[in-house]
Design a protein around this ligand. Structure first.
Ligand code: TRP
Length: 378
């Protein structure tokens, strides 16, 4: 009997993230390795002392084989990055956070990025999703990726529905080595799951080996992503050796809570997040309605101080909108001591979100046509 599992009051699968997540429990359950202070100093050395704030603040929580891939890097064998997005909706802030970290990795390690858009997966996932729409969103979402400043010379998109023969062949090779019973166990598929979804893990695994096929030599792969995607890499790592490739390494990020109480940002709860296509006015309205750690009255907040530890507005500063550690600390202290009230704190976040959105939307406009050039056509 697995008592651990029974006491969980959160769910994390590639399709569902619910509840108050206990990350150390999740790491144990998934069998990944926590990021230790030693690992942090190792990364710091390799990046000339410039650590990304997500690492400094412990938002990067665990990994698989990161030490191995850094050994490779140190011995002169460069790795490529792989991450992706299921294009079921417009992009929101919650998606951008791991991609910003990915861009930092690209810059620091001079790495190629392979970015997969699983328009097929999202078409298969829900009866009401149309293929035309998920493919259109794939291009839209890819524009958001580029707008974050990835190096176009080193960024390659894989749009599943348009992927080439070599890509499909790898997926077929992978699928031959994975049984239904393995996949069923990992993903919780049932008898009524459509067979497209059952095959999908092979498609999502394929980019782990695709760069090796394209380059004609084994390329180490590092996957920065939310920890919810880890079940895919477990299956992929199991087959890598047998197919003659390196096992992909992974680095996992925490989720950022939504603006509303409980749970991560989600497109199914549009008030909980800000889409890159939202107007400034709407964005401001959403931030102002956010769940905070504030007290019931101003008088009480002045006396007792706020509760940044349970405040989603503070979480947004921490994970995205305040990169200066000392200013973040000051915000925490001012909140705790009752000098900073929720109104101005939210207003300041809203202002930053609006500035970000305006810049991002302008870049999107500029790069719209560029995406098609960066889609891999074999
Ligand atoms: N399945 C992911 C999603 O629904 C998309 C995805 C494909 C992905 N390949 C990936 C995510 C690699 C992270 C890393 O969003």
């Amino acid at each position: 009997m697995n008592t651990d599992e029974e006491s969980d009051d959160f769910i994390v699968t590639p399709w569902e993230v619910e509840g108050e997540i206990d990350y150390s429990k999740l790491i144990k359950k998934f069998g990944t390795t926590p990021i230790t202070p030693e690992m942090v100093s190792r990364i710091k050395k390799l990046t000339n002392g410039d650590l990304h704030y997500m690492i400094r603040r412990g938002l990067v929580i665990s990994h698989r084989d990161l030490d191995w891939i850094l050994n490779k890097y140190e011995s002169g064998e460069k790795f490529a990055l792989y991450t992706g997005r299921g294009p079921s909706e417009n992009t929101h802030i919650g998606h951008l956070i791991p991609w910003q970290f990915t861009k930092w990795l690209q810059d620091k390690f001079d790495a190629d990025l392979y970015f997969q858009l699983t328009d097929d997966e999202k078409f298969l996932l829900k009866l009401e999703n149309s293929y035309q729409e998920t493919t259109r969103l794939a291009y839209e979402n890819a524009t958001d990726v580029l707008a974050l400043g990835f190096n176009p010379e080193k960024t390659h998109f894989i749009i599943d529905s348009e992927a080439g023969v070599k890509f499909r062949k790898i997926a077929t090779e992978i699928s031959k080595k994975i049984t239904f019973s393995t996949i069923k166990g990992i993903f919780g598929f049932t008898e009524s799951t459509n067979i497209g979804m059952i095959y999908h893990p092979a498609i999502q695994a394929a980019p782990c080996f695709y760069p090796s096929v394209l380059k004609g030599r084994n390329v180490p792969i590092l996957i920065p992503a939310g920890i919810d995607q880890d079940p895919y890499w477990r299956a992929t790592r199991d087959v890598a050796k047998r197919l003659g490739y390196y096992k992909p390494a992974a680095i996992h990020l925490q989720f950022t809570p939504g603006l509303e109480e409980g749970g991560k940002m989600s497109a199914s709860k549009p008030e909980s997040t800000i889409f890159t296509t939202d107007s400034s006015k709407l964005a401001e309205k959403k931030v102002k309605r956010a769940f905070t750690g504030g007290r019931d009255t101003i008088e009480e907040q002045k006396r007792l101080g706020g509760q940044p530890e349970k405040c989603n507005v503070f979480a947004w500063y921490r994970s995205s909108f305040e990169s200066d550690d000392s200013l973040l600390d000051k915000r925490w202290n001012d909140c705790k001591s009752g000098t900073l009230m929720c109104g101005p704190c939210k207003q300041e976040l809203a202002d930053r979100v609006v500035i970000f959105l305006e810049t991002h939307q302008a870049k999107r406009q500029e790069l719209k046509e560029k995406v098609a050039e960066l889609v891999i056509r074999e």
